[in-house]
Design a protein around this ligand. Structure first.
Ligand code: ZN
Length: 220
């Protein structure tokens, strides 16, 4: 359909998907979508990898309006000195102080192509290589020199912990934590099992199992 002035959008699989969405999910849950326009109150800020197989709302079974999401290649949190840190810092500031988000999550994942690329050696002449080098800037040289000897789960955990530590140096994150507005989490998602590992106070990652989850999680 065209008004004679503007060209009609070209049908492709994405447009076809939107048409299905309009006629299906949107129609069924229309009231919910309209209700959300009054204001968003997401429960979490999720900082994760752009990997198409690790979909934030899916892995925590959350619907529209429930998660404020920032994703990039590799779930990188640049150091505070890096101008690129503004991408993450602005999301933290907005999510915590405007949307009153209680949980800030840095989530990496097993089988991450970005981490694989780091272990293979980054080509700093490429944009991806240059970007991913930000993720390793705080890792010990000893570790970086021998990445291939580290089993994948531990490597991913080290990597995610480094992003978590970077985030704790952001003044806006420090303020959120000091004022008790938010809790910061580090997770690793395993796309093979759907399971999460969460970093504990000891810096080690522990698999989240239903029997270990206390009821007080329901408070927030
Ligand atoms: Zn990834």
């Amino acid at each position: 359909m065209t008004d004679g002035k503007r060209p009609a959008p070209r049908m492709n699989s994405l447009i076809a998907g939107n048409l299905r969405f309009q006629a299906g999910k949107f129609l069924v849950e229309r009231e919910k979508f309209i209700d959300l326009l009054r204001g968003q109150e997401p429960r979490a800020l999720y900082i994760g990898c752009a990997d198409s197989r690790v979909v934030p709302n899916f892995i925590i079974d959350a619907g529209p309006g429930e998660v404020f999401v920032v994703r990039n290649v590799g779930a990188v949190v640049p150091r505070i000195e890096d101008p690129a840190s503004a991408v993450i810092a602005s999301a933290v500031e907005y999510a915590v102080f405007n949307l009153h988000v209680k949980h800030v999550v840095v989530c990496g994942h097993d089988r991450c192509g970005a981490i694989h690329a780091i272990t293979e050696g980054l080509d700093l002449s490429t944009t991806v290589g240059s970007w991913l080098s930000r993720a390793t800037s705080t890792l010990p040289a000893r570790l970086l020199a021998d990445l291939k000897s580290i089993p994948e789960p531990q490597l991913v955990e080290r990597f995610v912990r480094a992003q978590y530590v970077n985030l704790t140096t952001y003044p806006v994150m420090q303020r959120a934590l000091a004022e008790g507005k938010s809790v910061l989490h580090a997770w690793v998602y395993d796309p093979e099992t759907g399971r999460l590992r969460e970093m504990g106070d000891d810096g080690a990652f522990h698999e989240v199992r239903a029997e270990h989850v206390s009821d007080d999680w329901g408070i927030w």
